[in-house]
Design a protein around this ligand. Structure first.
Ligand SMILES: NC(=O)c1ccc[n+]([C@@H]2O[C@H](COP(=O)([O-])OP(=O)(O)OC[C@H]3O[C@@H](n4cnc5c(N)ncnc54)[C@H](O)[C@@H]3O)[C@@H](O)[C@H]2O)c1
Ligand SMILES: [Zn+2]
Length: 355
């Protein structure tokens, strides 16, 4: 088992443990779960089908009651209606600040359950057990919780650290290939912005089995990068913006076509490629790095081509981007593979990112 910790404020330290098989060792994690009265496992139908029984059984060994809340899977659930439903469940179970939530699932479950934990009774403790690759390398660490509004992704939320994040790559065995590749978009992102070594390593996999075999190592590398960035800048006023590589364009694509048409990873892949196309045009990135980015996205079955979009609607959606500071949009570019830089784009020129 590998251990990391992420300290964002003096009072907040999230323990991160990573290891194959940890999902069967929860009953040994007295340090994490032993002090709570009751626990509430929040998951979605797909994940619950495989793991709810296993997890509840182990958490019961700490002596309290273990409740289960199962939501519909997918981004369409990540809204205030689901949050409200969970609040009522928590109230029905008589949950107090002596209890904790355990989020078991992908980024959708983690973001919603984390937001419920941040806001129910003005904050109760919670744990993340991420089960998708995207959640394991990205969304489960870094304190961001929240939900979507129809007009934009993640517009309502809170920075709220989990007590601990338990990452077990063996969960990925039941994850659909499509979602595995989707998570690879974020893994590739870490290579792009921070580690050319990781990028080259990812270029080298020919078989998915070899990739899965190395996943504990790869996930650890990604989380180290994320942890380092988040510790320096939890609230995204500086270096954390590099984690948004590909996301400015990506979020517009996700919203434009309606949540669920393009998955997060697919939209981010298109975003990374096209922001780099722009930075090649501007003389920031050499052409060769764009070619390599195209090759790696293709290897993992991820798209790179911008879909046809109406520019007026794109402009409108861009206006909702949380990365705007007044008229300036902060956009992450990759000067060369393994490095990142923030460039400031005036709102009148932001539309050029889509050309
Ligand atoms: N909080 C953050 O910092 C942050 C960062 C990145 C992304 N996100 C958010 O994460 C979300 C995307 O996360 P996601 O890609 O994990 O989506 P998701 O939670 O919808 O999971 C993808 C699908 O895989 C299923 N699934 C997950 N784990 C499984 C397993 N082990 N076995 C079988 N099925 C499994 C889910 O039921 C779902 O159908 C987006 O809402 C995005 O905004 C948040
Ligand atoms: Zn992302």
């Amino acid at each position: 088992m590998r251990k990391l910790s992420c300290r964002t404020e003096a009072t907040h330290e999230t323990q991160i443990v990573i290891g194959r098989g940890l999902k069967d060792q929860l009953y040994e994690m007295d340090d994490f779960f032993g002090s709570y009265r009751n626990l509430v496992v929040v998951t979605d139908k797909n994940v619950g089908k495989h793991y709810m029984g296993l997890i509840k059984k182990q958490l019961k060994s700490f002596g309290g009651t273990v409740y289960g809340v199962v939501i519909e899977p997918g981004e369409l659930s990540k809204n205030l209606a689901t949050v409200e439903k969970i609040y009522y469940d928590l109230s029905e179970y008589g949950i107090t600040r002596a209890d904790a939530i355990v989020a078991v699932g992908g980024g959708v479950v983690g973001d919603i359950a984390g937001f419920c934990a941040a806001t129910y009774l003005r904050g109760i403790d919670y744990f993340q057990i991420p089960t998708s690759l995207l959640a394991q390398v990205d969304s489960s660490v870094g304190d961001k919780t929240g939900v979507d509004l129809e007009v934009g992704k993640n517009l309502v939320g809170a920075f709220y650290p989990a007590k601990a994040v338990i990452v077990d790559p063996s969960f990925l065995e039941t994850l659909d290939d499509h979602f595995l590749m989707d998570g690879m978009a974020e893994v590739i992102k870490y290579g792009c912005i921070s580690s050319s070594k990781l990028f080259v390593r990812l270029m080298g996999y020919q078989y998915q089995e070899d990739l899965l075999e190395d996943m504990e190592d790869i996930v650890t590398k990604c989380l180290q990068i994320k942890r380092n960035v988040v510790e320096e800048d939890e609230r995204e006023s500086g270096v954390r913006r590099i984690l948004n590589f590909g996301h400015t364009i990506g979020h517009v694509i996700e919203t434009y076509f309606g949540f669920g048409t393009y998955t997060h990873g697919e939209a981010v892949a298109i975003g990374m490629y096209n922001i780099t196309r722009m930075s090649v045009r501007e003389g920031i990135t050499p052409e060769e790095d764009l070619e390599n980015l195209g090759v790696i996205l293709d290897t993992y079955g991820l798209p790179s081509k911008l879909p046809e979009m109406d520019m007026e609607k794109v402009n409108q959606l861009l206006g909702n981007d949380k990365k705007f500071e007044g008229d300036i949009l902060n956009v992450c570019v990759m000067p060369k593979i393994g490095t990142a830089e923030i460039v400031r784009v005036h709102k009148d020129k932001a539309i050029q990112l889509f050309m």
